[in-house]
Design a protein around this ligand. Structure first.
Ligand SMILES: [Zn+2]
Ligand SMILES: [Zn+2]
Length: 631
């Protein structure tokens, strides 16, 4: 009997077809396997018993990076096959296959990297089907080399024969390459001129420059990092000054788990997370004091392990921790090209560059273990694009625009939602352009035309403006027959809906949204909301009492203003005579100005934000009156 087995989920670019091939070989079954837009399609001649055994083993021996969402088996008109074959990718149709995220180098590749006998010894881009870059090099789906930025590299004979051999670990490993044929490193000074390096000694020179206290921009997976020796106080200080970043902590890359444990208190769960294939930045408790400039006034530190062969080569030679912070200008997206790195001219001394293009920018992910649970603070490399299965089916192809701060976009079809990586705050022209590029990437790769666009209720959010522009552009298309719907959603209702979707909740829920600020139905800045709601709508049953944000937006950056406003609410004008850190943080004349502003409600919008209450307490305790970053 001939069966057609359709497997959906993360099944491309993860060694799935060779896995199926080897399984079929083992069972002496005939047929074929291929990648399609929906997933992997297998045709198999088998008895019912053989089929059952085959499917069981597919699920039990699944390659580590693969994730099966659905297996659909149908009987077909009998066909005959001479053998079992991997056939070419099918094109067209609705794309539902998931884009594989970028993962760290695997153990097998790491072993080869440090094996002097291996032909890829010391090759900074070593990879196989079980590891390395994916999302950041994909231009389109299905995932094949000619639809990635690896298409500019012609495989050498040795690589090609590995690529074509279904029994090889690098069978159809799209980013395959070697010293001879793959991407290459280059070392540049701050003017873009090549630094002369003796043959095969580029890494050694780069490490020497780092040890001398230089700041180096290093091209990674989803963008450049700015790196410097984390044990060199002067270098860290120089980086802060040049980047004009007074206190937001820097992440630190450590050679291995051992080094992580020397620097920080790392529990078993955190250790597993640090070494996971996603290799996120993990926030842990500091053990030994690092240079004060790394995380000023904070006893926690963000650590991560090398996740590319290039990082491994650097860290092994260096044998000390490296500051590794995203290379970007404040409020701008991460730099992904040498040209965009120009904006940071004056910040770095050298660039460790390579010639493999980053198609989709992606930051490092940030996680934390809280109460035994992994909490994702920033979902990006290794975790994105992520997909969520809804407890219901969407009636329309939906594009969700996210908010203005820590924005993320998503597309939804059937019961699937695909989330973009973390994009960031939409506070600059560059970041809005990056946001629009993320929308284009998702919609292009999935060949997705929205019939419904959902945006935040806030009239002035950039995300709202982009939603309106998209609608306009769609309406102007001559051939456009369908009408796209624009739907606004209240910020905190959206927060609760997000949790409902993640936890697959249906029916009515009682949701509590404690937030910074979001636009409320009454035009006030909500942020401490108690709602009874479902997917259709909500009732705001309670909220934190309104208080005034003295100075409007400036109160968000200056906790002392919120604290003072609350003191006025409690003590009236007499508040200015109190002796406490908040009052002392203002000058006499400022205090008199704010009394008037508070009394008359001048530039003092009302808010029910819990985030602002936390800020106010920080000011009252003398911890922080003016902040330069959110944490
Ligand atoms: Zn590998
Ligand atoms: Zn090669």
């Amino acid at each position: 009997m001939t069966y057609r087995i359709m497997i959906k989920g993360t099944v491309q670019g993860v060694g799935f077809r060779p896995f199926i091939y080897q399984l079929a070989m083992r069972h002496s079954l005939r047929g074929s396997v291929r990648n399609g837009v929906e997933g992997v399609e297998i045709l198999l001649n088998a008895s019912t018993l053989e089929l059952a055994k085959f499917l069981q083993e597919v699920q039990m021996e699944i390659p580590p990076l693969a994730l099966i969402a659905e297996i659909d088996t149908q009987r077909m008109t009998p066909q005959s096959f001479d053998d079992f074959r991997i056939i070419q990718t099918e094109e067209g149709g609705e794309i539902t296959v998931r884009i594989p995220p970028d993962v760290s180098i695997c153990q097998a590749c790491e072993a080869e990297l440090f094996d002097p006998q291996n032909r890829r010894f010391g090759y900074p881009f070593i990879t196989c089907t079980q590891c390395g870059i994916r999302y950041t090099i994909i231009e389109d789906l299905p995932y094949d080399r000619h639809r990635t930025s690896m298409r500019f590299f012609q495989m050498c004979t040795a690589c090609e024969s590995e690529y074509r051999n279904p029994l090889d670990r690098r069978y159809h490993a799209q980013p395959i390459g070697c010293h001879q044929c793959g991407p290459r490193l280059s070392l540049l000074d701050h003017t873009g001129g090549e630094v002369p390096t003796p043959k095969d000694n580029l890494i050694t020179v780069a490490v020497k420059l780092l040890l001398e206290g230089n700041i180096m921009a290093v091209k990674g997976v989803g963008g450049y990092h700015l790196m410097c020796d984390a044990t060199n106080e002067a270098a860290v200080h120089k980086l802060r000054e040049r980047k004009q970043r007074p206190s937001k902590p820097f992440a630190v890359m450590v050679k291995d788990r051992q080094m992580a444990k020397e620097l920080a208190c790392v529990n078993a769960q955190e250790e597993v997370l640090l070494g996971s294939k996603e290799r996120p930045i993990v926030i842990v408790k500091e053990r030994v004091p690092l240079p004060v400039g790394i995380a000023p006034n904070i006893s926690k530190i963000g650590l991560f392990l090398p996740y590319t062969p290039l990082h491994l080569l650097l860290l092994h030679k260096l044998n000390r921790p490296l500051v590794a912070t995203s290379a970007n200008v404040t409020d701008e997206p991460i730099c992904t090209t040498l040209a965009s790195l120009e904006m940071l001219n004056g910040v770095y001394d050298y660039v460790l560059d390579h010639d493999r293009q980053i198609v989709n920018g992606c930051d490092d992910s940030v996680l934390m273990v809280v109460g035994g649970q992994q909490v994702i603070l920033r979902r990006a490399r290794g975790y994105a694009p992520a997909s969520v299965t809804l407890p219901f089916s969407l009636k329309k192809h939906t594009l969700a625009m996210g908010a203005n701060q820590k924005s993320t976009v998503a597309i939804g079809f059937d019961d699937q939602v695909i989330l973009s990586p973390h994009i960031g705050d939409l506070d600059s022209i560059g970041s809005v352009a990056y946001y629009e590029k993320n929308i284009q990437t998702l919609t292009r790769i999935y060949d997705f035309e929205p019939s419904c666009i959902v945006h935040d209720k806030h009239p002035y959010y950039e995300s709202t403006k982009v939603a309106q522009e998209l609608l306009l552009r769609q309406a102007q298309k001559a051939d456009n027959q369908s009408v796209t719907e624009l739907v606004e959603v209240q910020h905190h209702h959206a927060h609760i809906l997000g949790v409902m979707a993640e936890k697959q909740l249906t029916g009515k829920v009682f949701g509590v949204a404690f937030d910074g600020t979001g636009y409320g139905d009454d035009g006030k800045l909500w942020g401490g909301e108690f709602m009874v709601c479902d997917y259709e709508g909500y009732e705001r049953v309670a909220h934190i009492n309104y208080f005034k944000l003295l100075g409007g937006d400036r109160a968000i950056k200056e906790p002392k203003r919120v604290a003072l406003s609350l003191l006025f609410d409690l003590y009236g004008e007499d508040a200015i005579t109190l002796k406490n850190p908040t009052v002392e943080a203002f000058s006499e004349s400022e205090l008199h100005t704010y009394v008037i502003a508070w009394k008359k409600g001048l530039n003092a919008p009302l808010s029910s934000s819990v985030g602002r209450l936390f800020d106010a307490v920080a000011s009252l305790l003398g911890v922080c009156h003016v902040m330069s970053f959110e944490g």
